[in-house]
Each structure stands twice: as structure tokens, then as C-alpha cells.
Design a binder for this molecule. Structure first.
Ligand code: PMP
Length: 301
């Protein structure tokens, strides 16, 4: 798909090699913009409304006008997937402040730049879903929520990149960051859940994590399945002694964690509750969501 990939870039579809933006774009110069990562499963875009609400709210928070209405944006995303002839896709929507001068002031920028990229992608290699992940906790702290709200999914991901660099140095695929008080916040690009005595725990928004859409879906599924879910702060100690640990995110979906800072979680294998919740999640995503392709006409209909 590499060679014939279409990208939506400010009003038109262009080939990947022609999808270029100005070095004066404030997204490039200052990380001034917002983005979303969305996923389509078998011709359905999963929780598109929720993703776009987060995108438009993030944009509103930084006073960035997205030049398309909500409904137009939905159709545009579906059209980009159709144009690339995909049914399963990872979708990246980026809205940057647009082209301005070298100064910080967003007043110099013209219209916001909208980019939609769709690709076939899985974040972690498939075997890691079977074995679970080994992760570490790192020194990099989560941005304080009173400085940069985690509800704004902005192009400022340096904090998360520093976490990823620490994960790379430790030779593990993902890492956990704490907030300033030492409570567990989240991974570099995913939320964390613990299971202890059949109760699920995940940090509340005020700890500083992004309140992920997959996190919300997992809370709903877990409650439907009869689990108690508690959104409360916890420490690394609680992670080490949990019965099960897993991460959630649009790209990662649900993935078990089996070792944290050298501590083996339980018996070192993905646990039964994680497996059950993963199964329920995968059943849901296959049928939920906005349909990308019109229904094929029924035979004889
Ligand atoms: N935390 C961070 C920092 C993220 O970038 C993401 C991915 N968007 C998540 C958590 C998971 O959020 P979601 O389930 O909405 O993808």
C-alpha cells in the first residue's frame, strides 16, 4: 500500500510522496496543533464521534478553528479510508495552526491545516499479545495537568517521547510514567489498568493521564461483564502486587503486562480477566461504529 497511499492534505487527496507541509507551519515550528488516532475495524470506524469530540474540544481549548464541521470531518475520514480501499485501518488526523511567520503568535497563521493519514497498522508485534509485555517505570514525569491539560490531545508529545526513549534504553516496548506526586499516570501512548481480587483499577483523569477512548470502552465493557471498576490513584507498589496489569489504547487495543521493573506480575502470563475483557472488546469493535462502505445490495432485494 506504501506506493499508492492517498493522504488528505488541506482540501485534496495527494500521494504520500507529495504530502508535504511548509516549514513555516506552526505545527512543525511549535507543536501548535491537535491530533487524533482512530481505528477502523472491518469497514466500521470505532467510536468516531468520541474521537472527534475530543479533537474539536482540544482545538477549542487552544483556540484553533477546524475549517470543517463535525459531520464533514466524519465523512472526510470515511472518504480517506475508501480512497485507500481499506476496511481495517489506523487513522491519524492532524490539525495544525497552519502557515505563519517565525514568531510564536498564532495570529500570523492562515487557515488551520487538516491532514488525514490512513494506514494498516498494529502497534506491537502480534506475539506480544500472546506473551504480554515487559515494561519499566521511568524518571520522566507526566506533564502537570494544571500546566497542560491531558484532555487536550496536542501536538506537544515531547513528554511522551522522552518516556519512549527511556523504554528504548531499557530495551522494553513500553514504559510507565508517574505524575509529580509519584502516582502512576499512564504509558507513553496508552492507559493502564490493574486487576486485584477481580476489581479493575485505573487512574482517574486528575492524576494526569489522557482519558482514553479505549479506557472508557473497557470501563463500560468491564461493568457490563459484572466487574467492579474503581478510578482511583495508585502507586508502583500496587502495580507490582496486582493480579493482572494491562494497557489500553486505540493502537495497542488491550495488551497484557507481565513484568514491571523486574517484578513478575502473578505467574508471568496474561491473566484470565485480561483475556476475557480483550475478547469482549474485540467482539465489540467488529460490529460497532460508523459504516465506511454502503451495504451491498441484498441478492434478490
Ligand atoms: N495516553 C496517551 C498519552 C495517548 O497518546 C493515548 C493514545 N491516544 C492513550 C493514552 C490512549 O487513548 P485512546 O484509547 O483514546 O487511544
Amino acid at each position: 500500500m506504501e506506493d499508492d497511499q492517498w493522504i488528505f492534505l488541506s482540501g485534496e487527496f495527494v500521494r504520500k510522496e507529495d504530502a508535504k507541509i511548509s516549514v513555516y507551519d506552526h505545527g512543525f515550528l511549535y507543536g501548535d496543533g491537535v491530533f487524533e488516532g482512530i481505528r477502523a475495524y472491518d469497514g466500521n470506524i470505532y467510536r468516531l464521534d468520541e474521537h472527534l469530540v475530543r479533537l474539536y474540544e482540544s482545538a477549542k481549548s487552544i483556540m484553533l478553528d477546524i475549517p470543517y464541521d463535525f459531520e464533514v470531518m466524519k465523512e472526510l475520514i470515511a472518504e480517506t479510508i475508501r480512497k485507500n480501499d481499506l476496511r481495517d485501518a489506523y487513522v491519524r488526523v492532524v490539525v495544525s495552526r497552519g502557515v505563519g511567520n517565525l514568531g510564536l503568535d498564532p495570529k500570523s497563521c492562515g487557515t488551520a491545516q487538516v491532514v488525514v493519514i490512513v494506514e494498516e497498522l498494529a502497534l506491537f508485534p502480534e506475539e506480544l499479545y500472546e506473551t504480554g509485555l515487559e515494561i519499566v517505570s521511568v524518571a520522566t514525569r507526566r506533564n502537570r495537568p494544571d500546566v497542560l491539560s491531558p484532555k487536550v490531545k496536542s501536538l506537544n508529545y515531547l513528554n511522551n517521547i522522552l518516556v519512549k526513549i527511556e523504554a528504548n534504553l531499557a530495551n522494553v516496548p513500553e514504559a510507565l510514567m508517574m505524575n509529580n506526586e509519584g502516582y502512576v499516570a499512564e504509558g507513553s501512548g496508552d492507559n493502564i489498568f490493574l486487576v486485584k481480587d477481580k476489581v479493575l483499577y485505573t487512574p482517574p483523569g486528575y492524576v494526569g493521564a489522557l482519558e482514553g477512548i479505549t479506557r472508557e470502552a473497557i470501563i463500560e465493557i468491564a461493568e457490563e461483564e459484572g466487574y467492579k471498576v474503581k478510578e482511583e490513584p495508585f502507586t508502583r507498589h500496587d502495580v507490582y502486587v496486582a493480579d493482572e496489569v494491562f494497557l489500553t489504547g486505540t493502537a495497542a487495543e488491550v495488551i497484557a503486562v507481565v513484568k514491571v521493573d523486574g517484578r513478575v506480575i502473578n505467574d508471568g502470563l496474561p491473566g484470565p480477566e485480561t483475556e476475557h475483557i480483550t475478547k469482549c472488546f474485540r467482539n465489540k469493535v467488529a460490529t460497532d461504529g460508523m459504516q465506511i462502505y454502503a451495504q451491498e445490495a441484498e441478492i434478490g432485494g
